[in-house]
Design a protein around this ligand. Structure first.
Ligand code: URA
Length: 432
C-alpha cells in the first residue's frame, strides 16, 4: 500500500494518479484507515491541481465501490430514468416531474437529499406533507416503484458512504466548489442508484454553485463524460438560477406550488422547466418516443388530470396526506410592498434563499430543525411590471419580528427599474 502522504505529495506537485492509487485512498478513507487530515490535504491538492478525466472517473468508481449499489432496472425489468439538479432556490422540480413521468407510464424512483444553507432539499420539502415517510427499505422502495409507478426517498446509508464522508470534509475545508469533486459526488450517487439514463439540470447564476455559463458547461460536460464511461445515457440542461425558480421558496409552499403545477396551475417558468425535463426523461425511457412526443404526452397527462392522480397515489403510498389543505400554514403573512412603480430588473436568488433560511425554512447546521410552514412567495419576477404600493412578494413567518426582518431582506432582493428587461428563457442550453 502506497502511503497516503506520497499520493498527497504527487498530487500537490501536479502528477496524474492511477486508478488503483485513487481507489486505495478513497476506500482507505472510508474504512477509517486514512485520517481526515490527510484526506483534507489531498482534497486541497485536487482543488488547486485538478483531476484529469481518467482520474475523475477513477475517483467516482472508487466512491461507488465504497458501498452498495442498486440495480433498479433489473429489479423492475424496465429501463429506469432519473434526474438530478445541482440545486438552487425554489427548486421543487422532482416533486412535479415524478408524477407526470409516472402518469406517462415510465417508472420514476428517486433518492434525494436534504438542504443545507440557502438551497432547500427535496426530502425536507416532502416532510412538510403530514405523514410522508422518506425512509423506505430498498425492498419497499422497489416495490412501490413497481406498484405505484414512483417513489422519492432518502438516500440509504449504504449508498456511496465515501461521498457522505468526503462531502462533510469538503464542506469544512473550502473544497466544495471544484468541478471534478462535484461531478464525482453527484454522478457516484446517480450511478450507484441504478438509473440507466440520467437527465442532469445544472443551475447557473446567483443562487447556484455555478455562477457562469462557462463553469456550468464544464460541470455538465464532466458529468456527461462520467455517465458515458459508466455506460449510462446522460444529458444535461443548463438552467437559469439568477432568480428563484417559480414563485414559492420554503417547504410546504413549494409542495403546494409543485402540486399546482402537476394540475396545470403552476407559474410559467417552473411549468416550462418541468415539462421540458419530463420530455427529456420520456425520450430517454423505453417508450421509444422523441422529445416532441414526450412533451405532448407530458402536457396531456397534466391536462387530463392523470398526472395529479399519480401525485395523489404516490403521496398516499408513502403514508402522506395528498390534500393540499392539510399542509402547514405560517401564522403571519406579510406583503412586501414596492416602493416605486416600474418593472423588476432583477430578483436575487441568494437573497431570497437567505430570507427563507432566516425565517427557519432551511438549516444553518446539519442538526437544525426545519420550519415547514415558513418561506417567501415571489409574486413579481424579472420582467414583471409593478405599480407603486403593489405587493412584490409575501413573507410567511412564525412571528411578527421574523416577518419584519425577512420582508426587509426580500425587498432588498428586488431591483426595480423604469422598464422591464426581457424575462429570458429558463432553459439556457442543452448538452448531450
Ligand atoms: N451536490 C452534490 O451532491 N455534491 C456536490 O459536491 C455538490 C452538489
Amino acid at each position: 500500500m502506497i502511503p497516503a502522504a506520497e499520493l498527497i505529495q504527487r498530487k500537490r506537485d501536479g502528477a496524474e494518479l492511477g486508478a488503483d492509487e485513487l481507489a486505495e485512498l478513497v476506500l482507505g478513507y472510508t474504512r477509517g484507515d486514512v485520517p481526515d487530515y490527510q484526506m483534507a490535504a489531498f482534497l486541497m491538492a485536487v482543488y488547486f491541481r485538478g483531476l484529469s478525466a481518467a482520474e475523475t472517473f477513477a475517483l467516482t468508481d472508487a466512491m461507488i465501490r465504497s458501498g452498495e449499489t442498486l440495480d433498479l432496472g433489473k429489479a423492475l425489468g424496465r429501463k429506469v430514468v432519473d434526474k438530478h439538479s445541482t440545486g438552487g432556490v425554489g427548486d421543487k422540480t422532482s416533486i412535479a416531474v415524478g408524477p407526470i413521468v409516472a402518469a406517462c407510464g415510465v417508472p420514476f424512483g428517486k433518492m434525494s437529499g436534504r438542504g443545507l444553507g440557502h438551497t432547500g432539499g427535496t426530502l425536507d420539502k416532502l416532510e412538510s406533507i403530514p405523514g410522508y415517510r422518506v425512509e423506505l427499505s430498498t425492498d419497499e422502495f422497489v416495490e412501490q416503484v413497481r406498484e405505484v409507478g414512483m417513489a422519492i426517498v432518502g438516500q440509504t446509508a449504504d449508498l456511496v458512504p465515501a461521498d457522505k464522508l468526503l462531502y462533510a470534509l469538503r464542506d469544512v475545508t473550502a473544497t466544495v466548489d471544484n468541478v471534478s469533486l462535484i461531478a464525482a459526488s453527484i454522478m457516484s450517487k446517480k450511478i450507484a442508484g441504478g438509473a440507466d439514463a440520467i437527465v442532469l439540470d445544472v443551475k447557473v447564476g446567483d443562487g447556484a454553485f455555478m455562477k457562469t455559463l462557462d463553469d456550468a458547461r464544464e460541470l455538465g460536460r464532466a458529468m456527461i463524460e462520467l455517465g458515458r464511461r459508466a455506460g449510462r445515457e446522460t444529458m444535461c440542461v443548463l438552467t437559469d438560477m439568477e432568480q428563484p425558480l417559480g414563485r414559492a421558496v420554503g417547504n410546504a409552499l413549494e409542495v403546494r406550488e409543485a402540486a399546482d403545477t402537476v394540475r396545470g396551475q403552476g407559474p410559467d417558468d417552473f411549468t416550462e422547466l418541468v415539462l421540458d425535463s419530463v420530455a427529456h426523461l420520456l425520450a430517454l425511457s423505453d417508450l421509444g418516443i422523441d422529445e416532441q412526443e414526450g412533451r405532448r404526452r407530458a402536457e396531456q397527462a397534466v391536462a387530463t388530470g392523470a398526472a395529479f392522480e399519480a401525485y395523489e397515489r404516490w403521496i398516499r403510498a408513502q403514508h402522506g396526506d395528498p390534500d393540499l389543505d392539510v399542509l402547514p400554514l405560517a401564522p403571519v403573512v406579510r406583503d412586501v410592498i414596492a416602493s416605486r412603480a416600474g418593472a423588476v430588473a432583477s430578483l436575487g436568488a441568494i437573497r431570497v434563499g437567505l430570507a427563507a433560511l432566516h425565517l427557519g425554512a432551511g438549516r444553518r447546521t446539519k442538526e437544525d430543525a426545519v420550519d415547514h410552514a415558513v418561506g417567501v412567495v415571489c409574486l413579481k419576477k424579472r420582467g414583471d411590471a409593478v405599480r407603486e404600493d403593489e405587493p412584490l412578494a409575501q413573507v410567511h413567518a412564525r412571528d411578527d419580528a421574523s416577518a419584519g426582518e425577512a420582508a426587509a431582506e426580500v425587498l432588498a432582493a428586488y431591483e426595480l427599474a423604469d422598464t422591464a428587461p426581457p424575462a429570458g428563457p429558463i432553459v439556457l442550453e442543452v448538452l448531450t
